[in-house]
Write a protein that binds this ligand. Structure first.
Ligand code: ZN
Length: 231
């Protein structure tokens, strides 16, 4: 038995899970993030907060919107590792874990009580093919599970292949994405209360463009949930 230990030790080093934020080896019950990094997640508490900063950002386009984001997006910090881990490294277990937390906060807040469906912000088909998944849909899966509300993937589509938003100004982002979405089934949307889900909201221009598409159907109400808020 002793002869196999070096191999076992080597395998442990190669495959032992590490924290997605700081890279330290995980110990005990730690999963995905170490306890130290978990304790540094900047939660917003927006779920229970009326007139929160995200609602204020969106209200010029979406009057009386109910909106929440689970955490603040902070460059170089734990929340960036979480968002980038999902989006660029395809760590869908992160989407599941924090999607569940977002879903729980929505459920417990009782501010989103009469939702009919969840619509993840769609990716353009070419972007989806490149990435292999839609991060907003992955986050939505856990929210849907928590709230017991279905996900409707095909009621709006992204018809413009927009370039990355990350280096653009507020005005450029808004111009880049406006008119990028089209509704697919106005009849199915009519009179519904939709929870629109995104991974990160910065200027709100993507969410506002989705709102314009959704409200082409009569009587649609839109609430908003995002994993992170970079405003
Ligand atoms: Zn860590």
């Amino acid at each position: 038995m002793y002869a196999f230990r070096p191999i076992k030790d080597l395998l442990n080093v190669m495959f032992s899970p590490t924290c997605v934020a700081c890279g330290e080896a995980l110990v005990g019950d730690e999963r995905l993030l170490c306890l130290e990094c978990l304790s540094h997640i900047p939660y917003t508490n927006f779920a229970t907060m009326t007139d929160n900063p995200l609602e204020k950002l969106l209200e010029d386009t979406i009057p009386h919107v109910t909106a929440t984001a689970l955490m603040y997006f902070e460059k170089g910090e734990v929340s960036q590792s979480i968002i980038h881990g999902i989006k660029y490294y395809g760590n869908l277990r992160l989407a599941k874990l924090f999607g569940r937390q977002l879903g729980e906060s929505i459920l417990e807040s009782h501010r989103f009580d009469d939702l009919d469906m969840i619509i993840p912000v769609p990716l353009h088909p070419l972007r989806w093919m490149k990435r292999g998944f839609n991060q907003s849909r992955e986050i939505s899966l856990s929210i849907s599970d928590k709230l017991g509300i279905p996900i409707e993937n095909h009621l709006i589509a992204r018809t413009h292949y927009t370039t990355s938003q990350t280096r653009k100004s507020h005005h450029e982002r808004s111009k880049n994405v406006s008119g990028a979405f089209k509704p697919h089934n106005l009849k199915q949307l009519k009179g519904k209360h939709v929870l629109l889900v995104d991974d990160v909201i910065t200027t709100g221009s993507t969410v506002k463009a989705c709102y314009s598409a959704l409200t082409q159907a009569e009587g649609v109400r839109v609430s908003v949930a995002s994993l992170a808020f970079a405003g």
